[in-house]
Design a protein around this ligand. Sequence first.
Ligand code: SF4
Length: 278
Amino acid sequence: MNTTFIAMGVALLAGIGLVVTVGVFSLLSGAFHFLFAKPRFTILKSKTDSNGFAFSLKWNSSREPAKFDSIRLRLYNPFSTPTQVDVTRTFDAASSSFARDLDFGKNLEQLLAACNHESASVEVEMGASKDALVHHFMFKAEKFKAMVESATGDADKFNEDHTLNYAKPLYHTPKRSFIAEPLPASNKALKISSNPEFAGAFAGSGGDAAAVENFAVSKVWIEPGCIVCDACEAIFPEVFEVTDDSCIIRPGAPLDNGILVEEAAEACPVEVIKFTKA
Ligand code: SF4
């Protein structure tokens, strides 16, 4: 009897311990994300005249793939005039950390001039129109104005420091033995014996010569480490979209052509394309 109670007590404590551990880990992970993985908006020094506004945005693009292409500045000034100033600018979209130096016209002068009331605030809205994503950053208006006036670092330097350098190949490209359409960059013709179009080329080779039937996949995804070589998009553009710094699976991508997915996965020099058969 006593032994049973002790065993039940130990099991109960172990269960509680497990729940507490999982809870602590998830709290720590949430806190880490809140503190370190949040998008970071920084005001830079504009190189243009008094209507210029320069800024940078850093965010975790592998976790949140998006192409940001607009910025909106909104002043809320309930106890003074003007009560609101609202100005939006669009720019060439960027899918990784970037900076821009834009002309905001007279509205910026008007906005900064109205920043002196202590109850006023400025909201910065960074938008990715194609990805339906918006990040908001709120500032006390006085602080916003002070940040503009004391900003250092310019957009060109930021972009120079944060441009991904694709010139040096960091990865060894494994040799492959399959065929696809010649890739646009290298013009290399690749062969794959499972592709019915090229199966004949392998006949009599003693290898995997027979064409296989096509198959569907239930899931295809990209693991971290893409070197944006464009091979997958060249092979199956309906499924793979290569962005500035990674590759994503297009929303609603067709999953019924497993051979092409497999071909792209095999063409990937760093083997980050994964899929499961349906
Ligand atoms: S083939 Fe691989 S490395 Fe190249 S773009 Fe596609 S996922 Fe990235």
